[in-house]
Design a protein around this ligand. Sequence first.
Ligand code: MN
Length: 193
Amino acid sequence: MEHKLPELDYAHEALEPAISRNTIAYHYGKHHQTYATNLNRLIQSTEFENADLETIVMKSSGGIFNNAAQVWNHSFYFTSFSPEGKHAPEGALAEAINSEWGSFEKFKEEFEKAAVTLFGSGWAWLVADKDGKLKIMQTQNAGCPLTEGMKPLMTMDVWEHAYYLDYQNRRADYIKNLWNILDWGVIESRYQL
Ligand code: MN
């Protein structure tokens, strides 16, 4: 089956100044698209030819895994944002964050630490384990929490291509600004599933 990028339900300039139209054009339009194009080419005539994306992420390795996981991770990332989203969690997710970290502010501090200190290319994640316990995770390169039995709730892409056009080397500033566009309504609905 052909793997495609999700349509974005915001305009390409709608996330400015946190993420510019130019970064959406390259990061979504070129990087994300290239992972999907590569994946569609690599799975031809393999056991993954008709598999859904999550199955490929769970069962593949090498180049197929790298491209499949990057398609999954980027689709998850780009569908977490809204120019008019909810700026903080409520309900069960808010309670779970408070019981794990004490407060939403403290959680944000710990998450930022994980995102800033990740060496090289990768992703920082808020995940729930099989018992529903929340954790902050780092994955290198295309790493995806699904392969470790975790349910991803939120992520920040910290590959340089995610921020270099807007922030050059200032990864910490990029991370701080992402809090302004993350939609906690979306994140809450992932937690409830
Ligand atoms: Mn990326």
